[in-house]
Design a protein around this ligand. Structure first.
Ligand code: KG4
Ligand code: ZN
Length: 345
């Protein structure tokens, strides 16, 4: 089955073509037109600007996806498109384009939840049912979401914990803004943190809180951590010379809470598999430390990570989610397809 995926929920205009065959999802093309350079000057995504860029980029990106896959549109069996959650004016471009193409090409369309897409990124490539045993706990961390998701069967999700304020990616972005080191903050903080050598450090240690670490539920809170960082910077006249050290400790504070709660949730729900998803799953330390924690503390539990190139927003993950829905014949009539910017999982 050949599926065209379309993703425009935030600031990336993306199209991808995948080929799904039983337990294999092969990516034939994965085109992403990023608006990061445009939004960087504002320190964040400006919805109105993002919407106009999507309109300009969507057809060239789809064209390119077909070209790279070396396919004509007649080869496409179905279109999978993100319908939410996300910025309403951004989502609209992807959804309206998918509707028009579905009608014009006379092929079915499938509405995809963006979060489900991030989770599906774990299945790109060859996957064996043996590696994905249910129940699963999925830590989903992006710029807009921080959730612990329990999945007892394919396509079924229950949110067992989420952030009560900022998302993990948002915390990275806001911390980077406080230190004025660029946008988006996650990859910059991660690179800076790598430069810090904790062992050879002679400066007094920077102490940041681990919000809600011991709370009885699986919820998160990152807004206080950002405020704690702001106070620490204000008190330290030398902070500009200690950027990598601040990044190291800020990143570790987030990782500690994420890992602690993921392990607790996996224990409570007897998870047979733990997975990571979302833009923050590109974080090298989070990937390494979560894998180690699962190995050491959840003996026998399987662990999966999405390939780095499918961690931040892309359309291959949307097409992959579409492949699973197409197998279940979960198609939508083009005229019924609707944007839902607050779509729940
Ligand atoms: O999934 P995504 O591309 O978009 C949303 O759905 O929100 O996630 C973007 C978020 C941004 O907040 C960005 O700072 C964060 O993912 N991010 C990272 C890394 N790469 C991207 N956070 C930490 N470490 C990274 N390496
Ligand atoms: Zn995303």
């Amino acid at each position: 089955m050949i599926i065209l995926g379309i993703e425009t929920s935030c600031d990336e205009t993306a199209a991808s073509i995948i080929k799904g065959e039983e337990n294999k999802i092969e990516v034939l093309s994965n085109i992403i037109s990023s608006q990061i350079d445009i939004h960087r000057q504002y320190g964040g995504v400006v919805p109105e600007v993002a919407a106009r860029e999507h309109v300009l980029n969507i057809m060239p990106v789809i064209d390119e996806a077909l070209k790279i896959a070396n396919l004509k549109h007649g080869a496409i069996d179905a279109i999978a498109v993100t319908v939410g959650p996300g910025l309403v004016t951004s989502l609209q471009t992807g959804v309206e384009t998918a509707k028009v193409l579905s009608y014009a090409w006379n092929i079915p369309v499938i509405g995809i939840n963006h979060i489900e897409g991030h989770i599906a990124a774990n299945f790109i490539g060859e996957f064996s049912v043996l590696n994905f045993e249910f129940p699963m706990i999925v830590l989903t961390v992006s710029g807009g979401h921080t959730m612990l998701i329990l999945s007892k069967q394919l396509g079924q999700f229950e949110t067992v914990g989420e952030t009560v304020d900022d998302a993990a990616g948002e915390a990275f972005d806001k911390a980077a803004k406080l230190m004025d080191i660029g946008y988006p903050g996650g990859p910059i903080i991660s690179t800076e943190a790598d430069k810090f050598n904790e062992i050879n450090n002679t400066q007094p240690a920077i102490k940041l809180p681990r919000p809600m670490l011991t709370s009885k539920n699986f919820n998160f809170s990152f807004s206080g951590l950002k405020t704690a960082l702001r106070y620490a910077l204000e008190k330290d006249s030398t902070w500009q010379n200690r950027i990598s050290e601040y990044c190291f400790h800020f990143q570790q504070a987030i990782i500690d809470v994420l890992i602690h709660k993921t392990i607790k949730a996996a224990e409570k729900y007897n998870a047979k598999t733990v997975m990571l998803a979302g833009g923050v799953s590109a974080n090298k330390e989070l990937r390494l430390q979560l894998e180690t924690a699962v190995k050491e503390r959840l003996i026998g539990t399987k662990f999966n990570l999405p390939d780095l190139k499918y961690t931040t927003d892309n359309a291959a993950m949307i097409a992959a989610a579409g492949y699973f829905k197409a197998q279940q014949q979960e198609f939508t009539k083009w005229s019924d397809l609707k944007v839902d910017s607050n779509l729940e999982l």
